[in-house]
Ligand binder design. Structure first.
Ligand code: SF4
Length: 479
């Protein structure tokens, strides 16, 4: 017997960025497209590509962007008009600024010194304040996203700087928060990462072309090899001679104060990526093993919720000795309802079709592993369906601690009112979702997933790595 169940995703990835500079002069737009496709999991609401020709007239940037998946926005013909050997691209989920085409990236800016194109992943904590200051000084904004604030800061600093790298460095002195930026000036490709390392960014190479990408899975998808991660607080510049220069922001923080987002490893990043020296797959296996140690249970099979619960389930199985089983079939061909960012719309329209494989679960005590519980409706549906298909017990193990606090760094953790863990105890949640037992990853176990990498875990323990907006501004941000 199989039974279908719908479930909505609870958390949203932030954005993915990609940049490429081909020193031999070949067009890069198709490679950028394929690189972005490998980053599509980081954002599905809009996408765009901007390219330029380093041997052509300075400042002629061609760009194309739209709402939806890459495959919905780009068609073969568009690549003919996107010729150029330097370019950047972006996939977006709207964590700040509403969903409309104006907010799609890359942003292209024409100003006194020529043109700039910029793509950004992350959220600033002082964007509202900076925007207000700039508007008071006469600046006009065309979007409601933080990235335009960054672009304005860079353009303003460029007027009094000898080169674009200096302008970027000076601009980053003003901005606070999470940022992984790729930026294209007429002859240079630049990557910047915030001083805490909250969002990932890495450098790769294919023949005589250099690449910047949110995750190394995007490098591999175009046949590029990984060179290294951009370091927290680093500004990397690739120039027309193929030199990669490196500078650091003035406010770079010591390693022990860095704060790499642990949720990249638990959920956001692709399973085949390696970020800051930690393989995402291995991190999830270790997470599952921690759960097995902390919450052992007598059961017949361990199953993961596709996709991000699968590796943690394998880790649980290996550590506990309980056989790993594939209990769900995920239908990858279910039509995608366009994702809208309001809460109600998200609840109803962000659905993925899963089927329980009845013969696997019938008569079995199941350990069900997932990455998170946000509102609780998804897991409750799955438990109900598993039991309907004959599972005798369902023990839920969650590879993240309970979400209790909002994220100000580019991850759409819903407001406290919608977070089930901030409204109920673990036992109340267990009863509500219909599980026979429930265990969340203890916060103290998180570092074990990533070795000695310093991590941000503020959405679990309220200890933010930097000052975050006060309550008044939090309200404006929708908290
Ligand atoms: Fe990641 Fe949570 Fe920190 Fe946001 S608050 S950056 S989701 S660990």
């Amino acid at each position: 017997m199989t039974e279908n169940t719908d479930f909505e995703t609870g958390l949203k990835e932030e954005c993915g960025v990609f940049g490429m500079y081909d020193l031999d002069g070949h067009d890069v737009s198709r490679s950028i497209y394929y690189g972005l496709e490998a980053l599509q999991h980081r954002g599905q609401e809009s996408c765009g590509i901007a390219v330029s020709d380093t041997s052509g007239p300075k400042g002629r940037v061609k760009s194309y962007k739209g709402l939806g998946l890459l495959s919905e926005v780009f068609h073969t013909g568009q690549f003919d008009s996107l010729s150029g050997n330097i370019g950047i691209g972006h996939v977006r989920y709207s964590t700040s600024g509403s969903l409309n085409i104006n907010n799609a990236q890359p942003l292209v800016l024409n100003y006194l010194k020529g043109s700039l194109a910029l793509a950004h992943n992350g959220n600033l904590v002082n964007a509202l304040q900076l925007r207000e200051e700039m508007e008071n000084a006469g600046a006009i904004f065309h979007t409601s996203i933080d990235s335009e604030v960054i672009a304005h800061c860079i353009a303003r600093e460029r007027v009094n700087s000898g080169c674009i790298e200096d302008a970027v460095k000076k601009a980053c002195d003003h901005i606070r928060g999470a940022f992984a930026i790729v930026l294209m000036s007429p002859r240079k490709l630049i990557g910047v990462r915030d001083p805490y390392g909250l969002r990932p960014l890495c450098i790769g190479q294919r023949d005589n072309a250099y690449v910047l990408a949110s995750e190394d899975c995007a490098l591999h998808s175009i046949g590029a090899h990984f060179i290294r991660d951009v370091k927290p607080g680093e500004v990397v510049t690739i120039n027309s001679r193929g030199e990669i220069s490196s500078e650091f922001l003035d406010d770079v923080v010591p390693r022990e104060k860095q704060a790499h987002c642990i949720f990249e490893y638990i959920y956001f990043a692709r399973l085949d990526s390696c970020i800051d020296g930690v393989e995402v797959y291995n991190a999830r296996i270790r997470g599952g093993a921690s759960l097995a140690r902390c919450y052992p249970v007598d059961a017949d099979i361990v199953a993961g919720v596709p996709d991000s619960g699968l590796a943690a389930a394998k880790g649980y199985s290996e550590a506990s000795g309980i056989p790993y089983a594939i209990a769900f079939h995920k239908n990858s061909y279910v039509g995608r309802t366009f994702i809208k960012p309001s809460q109600d719309e998200r609840e109803s329209s962000v659905k993925i079709k899963l089927s329980v494989i009845g013969s696997v679960v019938k008569g079995k005590r199941v350990v069900l592993v997932d990455d998170s519980i946000v509102r609780g409706t998804t897991i409750a549906n799955l438990i109900r369906t598993l039991k309907h298909c004959g599972a005798t017990e369902v023990h839920v193990r969650i590879s993240s601690p309970p979400f209790l606090h909002p994220c100000y760094f580019g991850v759409d953790v819903p407001s406290n009112k919608q977070l089930i863990a901030s409204q109920m105890s673990v036992e109340q949640i267990r009863k509500k979702i219909g599980a026979d037992s429930l265990g969340y990853m203890p916060i103290r176990e998180l570092p074990d997933m990533v070795g000695d990498l310093p991590i941000c875990r503020a959405c679990f323990n309220n200890e933010y790595p930097m000052e975050v907006p006060d309550h008044e501004i939090r309200d404006e941000l929708g908290d």
